[in-house]
Structure formats: structure tokens, C-alpha cells
Write a protein that binds this ligand. Structure first.
Ligand code: GUN
Length: 755
């Protein structure tokens, strides 16, 4: 080896002094995040892998990690350095970066893992933190107490309490050095949560999840997922989460989707010593290998047979590189999936690689007993609507907070097709989030008019449905103004007014998926969820010719138009005036339903706002702009995702409609009472005011308060402390993220409101 020496990489630039220790999010997909961690030895892009360097046995030189592999951070063990006189002296005199010859971020562990392996360590709690500080590490680790999965509740409780007791002195000993505050708690949900809440109170920079090495070694991935859901929602969102000892690429997608930012790997070297290769689908032995499972740069010109013939040290070094390359490869794949908004789909795909991973995935996304059943057109597999806690079984119910935490962070609606992937499709968190929003915010027409006793469910074809249904909608709006028309999609019923909304309209699957006949008990339950219970259901297949006539016949047969006069009336052509009025009503419903579902506007307020509105419609019959009788363009439906873009005028109108007090902090309490309260407000510091009014983005450091229902990618209004409107934009986080982040974009401003 040695070829990397040709291309040396420059040393990193230190972060700005005021940014040291801060973490910011630059991209996201649900709880998965792309971030930047600011340190004196560079800004680390996350998710990141920190290779473990044993200062005594360097399988790959740290310098090569930096130069050839672009590794920005590594982890080594301060206890090993402390115990070894030669290493200790060099580290104390020249610093840990010189000791390892690595210019990037260096994290050190404290000796806890040694105490887990060997029973005890000789070093003191403050002593080991002070030592780490003295050798100039970027991130030190306190001496936590390792909790094993086989321990009893009392034993684990002792580990959690003892770690908590050591927290304050450790933080004090670290002074300005960033410090890891590991979370313990074994397999006990309450103790993991207690540890997270307790450690969150101290000024740690990063929270590693500890005690998981034996969990991973035993392939207990369901327990691993449970540990994450019991822990991460209770940690400050602005601190990176590190999965201690997790370096197997197979676990990366799920871990990242559940909020992990950092990993460390000794596995690349340890497995290499045993002739084993890490792959995203598991571990493979080189012993019987003829071809590489994936061709990596380091083995481009050698075969497995040639590598097997090498002497041990050379073989280990090459396989360690192979493992490192494979690990980085999977990490990159995850990062790109975050950018593309497809990470959960990767989690889904990877879950098929190992039975234990599949078990973890199914536990996360469905009730275990449900997952064993054959899919019946969604049925209760979409369990995570209002009834979620009740339906997920006694044990899963306990983790409902964690699941909600995941669902609440999903961007919805999204752009692009939603590829069908079997029944896993229906429990993708972003689909669950979209359904929850629809179910909790959409309301049927509030009318006693004729027809309100019925619903028409159209089925049988994928979208777009507009061309097929727009004429019928006009007729029905005229003849049966209170009749609700819904479309059956593979992920649930969607009102016609939201017919272009992602993901409902964008499920990309085989024809039979759309052609399936409605399962009436399921349709009934779905209608119940939408507030349409007890109505008579009329179903019409959209396939084939004469759909308009078939609709009318079905409705006649169901008695929607009772009496011969009505029948004649409903069959005769509409006059121009009636037609125009009905068309306007369809457009109004389209925009008012989107205001309600996507911007949380009270439905009667939305209807009032659109009273007398006119609409600009494009050649395909899609509404482009909604304009009030006063001539104000307030909103534009988005063609890509079926969303609704608010204009400056629209933001002024919605701001004026708010009836509740502005938020005073960033608390997630009382969210359930706020349906219909309008888009979330973000209150900013006066220093930010002129910039926001000019349309500039809002940065986290300037946010004073936000409403609890704020969600990533959703419209919010930006106000000052007096509650005056400054602008509107798309939020970049949930309220727990607004509460903690000090750096990064909080709101992507779409329009500023000049004074
Ligand atoms: N390395 C792997 N697991 C752990 C842990 O629980 N604590 C510490 N400090 N290091 C670890």
C-alpha cells in the first residue's frame, strides 16, 4: 500500500470559536439528519463513522484514514493511553493528534468498555476526564457504568444512577472540552428514558447510547430499536447521538432513520483479522469466496484467492481496508437517501437482509401479530392513526411516544412517486404522518342538504383522476351538494378535493393494487376515521366507459336522487350558470380542504375566506391561484406534490385569523387542542426582524418560541414578540428541535412582509 501518499489532504480548518461544540442540521428525512458538528479540528459532516484506533495496533494508519478515505473523525481509548507509559508521555507532551498523526476530530473513550470486559478499571472519574482534556482531545467521554442486557432491573438501575451521579463532576472536569454523556439502561425502557432525561440536564455535547455492544453481538436488533425509541425522544435534539460500538453497515439505515448521527467501528479491523467481510447484508467469510461480494477499490486488481494466499498481516490490512470501504459505502448510501427523502425505503429493503433486522423493522412499523397476517387492503396495518396506542398491543403501546416522535418529524407532502413495496408501504412513517394529518384535520361538509347521508367511493384506477371525474364532480355538486366523494387509494380513502395530494395520489404500483375491489368493512372503518361513519356507501368502479352514467345510476339506485323528477333533473344537462356555480364550489372546496389539512386552518374559517373567491385555472383544469373578492391572491395549489403554497397576501389573511395567543416557548404540550388554529407561528428576536421582512431565512439562534404543531417542511408564519407578521416560510423542524438548536436554518423564508 502507500499509494494514498500521492494525494495528501489538507489539514482541516478549525471551526469558528463561538461555534465550537455546536451541531446543526443541513438536511433531513424524518428523524434522519445530515448535520455538521463544529470542532477545533474541523467541521464533521454527519452521519459519520469514527474508526476505532487502537494506539498499540494500527491496522490502518490514521493518516491514511484522513488522506485516502476522507475520514473526518476517529475514536481511540484514553484509558489505554493513560495506562501505557510511553503513549501517555507522548500524548501529554505533544497532544493526542500528534500521537496518532491525525489532523481531524479525535474522540476518546474513558475505560468503561475495559471495565465491562475486564471487570474494573483503576482510574478515577474526574481523573480520566482531566486526562483526556490534558491531551487535547476534541470530544472526551465520562466514565459511565456499563449496563448489560442480562442484568436485572436493580442492577441496571444502579448503573444508570451511578452514571448520573458522575455526570456533574465529569462535566466540570471537562471544562471547555466537549464531553460525551453516555446513556445506559440495559433493556429496560423506563431506565433508558430515565437515563436520557437525567443526562440531558447536564452540559454534554454528544450522547452516545451505551451498553449496546452485547445487544448487537447477540443480533438482538429488535431490542436495539426499542432502546433507540426509549431514549432518543428524550435527548436534546441539538446534541448528536452516537451508537457506541456500532460499526456494522447492516445497522446503519435503521439507526440513522431513528436519529443516530455517529457510529464507531472496530469491526472493520476485528472482522478482518478473522477473514470476515462486512457487507450491508451481513458478514461473509473469505474462506470459501471465489468472487468479491462487492468490488471495492482496494481489491480491484486482486482476487479472494490471491488475498487468501497472502501472509496474515498483509491480508488483515487489505481486508480491513475492504471493510472500511464497504462501511463508508453504506454510510454514503444512507446520506444520499436522506437527501432524496428515501431513507425509510432503504431501511425497508435492508430489513430483508437478516431475520433479526426484519423482526426489528416489523416491530417498529406494525404490531408483531398483525405483521404475520396477510394484508387485507391495508386494513388495520395502518394502525398509526388516532387509535395507534390502543391497537399496537400492550407492549408496543409503551413505545408509542417514540413512534409518534418519529412520525411527527416526517416531511409531508413530498414530491415524486411513492413506490409500492408490498405491505411495508402502508406503514412508512411519512405515509402514517400524511394519513394522520388528513384524518385529524379534514372535515366533511357540514350540511343538512340532501345527499349528506351518502358517500360515493370511486375505485379501480390510479390517478390522475381529475380528467375522469371533474365533470361528474360538477354535476354532483349541483345535484347533491352535500354528497361526499372519496377516492380509494392503496393507502387509504382520500376526499376528491385532495385528489392530487402526495402520497395518496402517487402510489406507484402494479395495476391489481389499484383494481382491487373495496373491502367494505375496511371502507367503513376508514370512513369512521374521517368522520363519515354510518353513511350509506355507494361504490363506483372508475374503469371502463360511461363512468358518468354509471355514477348517476348507482346513486339513483341508492336513493340519493329519490323521485322521478329528481332523476330527470340529474340526467339533463346543466345550464351554463348552474355549471359555473358548481365549478366554483368544487374549486372552493379544493382550496379550503387544503387550507384545513395542510395549513391547519379551521374549516369554517377557510370556507369564509374563500366566500366569493375566484380561481385561475390552467388548461388541464387545475387550479393555479385562489383570489379573494378583494382581488388578493392568497394561495396556489402546488402541482408537484398536491400541496398549497401560501402567498404574502395569504399569510396576512391567515395571520389575522388567529384566535389563540402566540407561543411563549418551545413546548410540545397542549398540541392536541390546537386543531384549526392555523399555521404554526415562530416568534423571532428583534435582531432578526429586518432580515425576515426582507425575505431572509430565520436562523435557530434567533428563535424565541414556536407552536407545538410546527412540522418540518410545513408552512409557518414568522412573527415578532408583539405578534406582528414578519414573513412566512417552511419550517425546518419539530418543536423539540426549535427548542434546542442554536445553529442552522430554522425557517426557509418564502416571503417577507415589509413594515
Ligand atoms: N463502548 C461501547 N459501549 C460503551 C459504553 O457503554 N460506554 C462507553 N464509555 N464506551 C463504550
Amino acid at each position: 500500500m502507500g499509494a494514498w501518499q500521492e494525494g495528501r489532504r489538507d489539514d482541516p480548518a478549525p471551526c469558528r470559536e463561538q461555534d465550537r461544540g455546536l451541531f446543526e442540521i443541513t438536511g433531513r428525512d424524518g428523524r434522519a439528519r445530515l448535520g455538521r458538528l463544529h470542532t477545533s479540528h474541523g467541521v464533521l459532516e454527519t452521519p459519520a463513522l469514527l474508526p476505532v484506533i487502537n494506539p498499540n495496533i494500527r491496522t490502518i494508519e490514521p493518516r491514511e484514514m484522513w488522506d485516502r478515505y476522507g475520514i473526518g473523525a476517529l475514536i481511540t481509548n484514553s484509558y489505554i493511553i493513560w495506562k501505557h507509559e510511553g503513549l501517555k508521555q507522548k500524548a501529554t507532551e505533544d497532544g493526542v493528534h500528534a500521537l496518532l498523526d491525525f489532523p481531524g476530530m479525535i474522540m476518546t473513550d474513558s475505560g468503561t468498555f475495559q471495565s465491562y470486559i475486564y471487570g474494573d478499571v483503576e482510574v478515577g472519574v474526574e481523573e480520566i476526564v482531566e486526562f483526556q482534556r490534558s491531551i487535547g482531545v476534541d470530544v472526551a467521554t465520562m466514565l459511565d457504568v456499563f449496563s448489560r442486557p442480562d442484568m436485572t432491573f436493580t442492577q441496571v438501575e444502579h448503573c444508570v444512577n451511578e452514571t448520573l451521579e458522575r455526570a456533574a463532576v465529569s462535566v466540570a472536569a471537562a471544562q471547555h472540552t466537549m464531553l460525551n454523556g453516555p446513556i445506559q439502561g440495559g433493556l429496560f425502557k423506563e431506565l433508558r428514558t430515565k437515563s436520557a432525561k437525567g443526562m440531558a440536564q447536564h452540559k454534554f455535547a454528544i450522547h452516545p447510547i451505551g451498553g449496546i455492544v452485547p445487544v448487537m453481538e447477540q443480533h438482538r436488533y429488535k431490542d436495539y430499536a426499542k432502546i433507540m425509541l426509549a431514549t432518543l425522544p428524550y435527548l436534546p435534539a441539538e446534541r448528536p447521538v452516537h451508537m457506541f460500538g456500532c460499526g456494522h453497515p447492516m445497522l446503519f439505515p435503521m439507526s440513522i432513520a431513528l436519529g443516530a448521527d455517529l457510529f464507531d467501528s472496530a469491526a472493520y479491523a476485528l472482522f478482518a483479522r478473522d477473514g470476515r467481510l462486512l457487507t450491508p447484508w451481513g458478514t461473509e467469510k473469505i474462506e470459501s469466496m471465489v468472487d468479491w461480494p462487492m468490488l471495492m477499490p482496494c481489491v480491484a486488481s486482486v482476487s479472494p484467492a490471491q488475498v487468501k494466499a497472502m501472509e496474515k498481516e498483509q491480508r488483515t490490512a487489505l481486508l480491513a481496508r475492504y471493510n472500511l470501504e464497504m462501511t463508508l459505502n453504506e454510510l454514503n448510501r444512507c446520506k444520499q437517501a436522506i437527501r432524496d427523502g428515501t431513507l425509510w425505503r432503504l431501511v425497508e429493503r435492508r430489513s430483508h437482509q437478516h431475520p433479526a433486522l426484519r423482526e426489528a423493522f416489523l416491530w417498529l412499523s406494525t404490531r408483531p401479530q398483525q405483521a404475520m397476517m396477510k394484508l387485507q387492503m391495508l386494513d388495520d396495518l395502518i394502525l398509526n392513526d388516532r387509535d395507534a396506542g390502543r391497537e399496537r398491543g400492550p407492549e408496543a403501546g409503551a413505545y408509542e411516544n417514540g413512534w409518534n416522535w418519529l412520525v411527527d418529524a416526517q416531511e409531508s407532502p413530498r414530491k415524486g412517486g411513492e413506490p409500492w413495496g408490498g405491505e411495508d408501504t402502508f406503514v412508512r412513517p411519512q405515509i402514517v404522518a400524511a394519513r394522520r394529518q388528513l384524518i385529524s384535520r379534514w372535515q366533511p361538509k357540514n350540511s343538512t342538504a340532501r345527499g349528506c347521508e351518502d358517500v360515493l367511493v370511486m375505485h379501480g384506477l390510479p390517478g390522475p383522476w381529475r380528467e375522469r371525474l371533474s365533470d361528474i364532480m360538477v354535476r354532483l355538486t349541483h345535484h347533491a351538494p352535500a354528497l361526499e366523494v372519496l377516492i380509494l387509494t392503496p393507502v387509504g380513502l382520500v376526499p376528491y378535493s385532495l385528489e392530487d395530494l402526495n402520497p395518496f395520489a402517487h402510489i406507484d404500483g402494479p395495476d391489481w393494487l389499484w383494481r382491487r375491489r373495496p373491502n367494505l368493512p375496511w371502507v367503513r372503518r376508514e370512513l369512521d376515521r374521517l368522520g363519515l361513519g354510518n353513511r350509506k356507501i355507494v361504490t363506483v368502479d372508475m374503469q371502463g366507459e360511461g363512468i358518468q352514467a354509471r355514477c348517476m345510476t348507482a346513486l339513483h339506485q341508492a336513493g340519493v336522487f329519490d323521485g322521478d323528477d329528481d332523476q330527470t333533473a340529474s340526467e339533463s344537462p346543466l345550464d351554463k350558470e348552474g355549471r359555473e356555480a358548481a365549478k366554483l364550489a368544487v374549486y372552493r372546496r379544493l382550496v379550503s380542504d387544503k387550507l384545513a389539512v395542510l395549513l391547519n386552518v379551521d374549516i369554517s374559517a377557510a370556507t369564509g375566506l374563500l366566500e366569493g373567491a375566484t380561481f385561475v385555472v390552467n388548461r388541464q383544469g387545475r387550479v393555479k391561484n385562489a383570489i379573494t373578492p378583494q382581488g388578493k391572491h392568497i394561495a396556489s395549489p402546488r402541482l408537484g406534490d398536491g400541496g398549497l403554497s401560501l402567498t404574502d397576501e395569504g399569510s396576512i389573511a391567515l395571520h389575522a385569523m388567529r384566535t389563540i395567543a402566540p407561543p411563549t416557548g418551545c413546548s410540545s404540550e397542549h398540541e392536541s387542542d390546537t386543531n384549526g388554529a392555523g399555521p404554526a407561528w415562530v416568534v423571532v428576536d428583534e435582531d432578526a426582524e429586518p432580515f425576515v421582512r426582507q425575505g431572509r431565512n430565520v436562523f435557530h439562534g434567533f428563535v424565541l418560541a414556536a407552536d407545538p404543531w410546527i412540522r418540518p417542511s410545513q408552512t409557518c408564519l414568522i412573527v415578532n414578540q408583539k405578534g406582528e407578521l414578519l414573513g412566512h416560510g417552511l419550517a425546518n423542524g419539530t418543536v423539540d428541535e426549535f427548542a434546542g438548536f442554536k445553529k442552522g436554518i430554522a425557517v426557509k423564508t418564502r416571503g417577507g412582509i415589509p413594515q
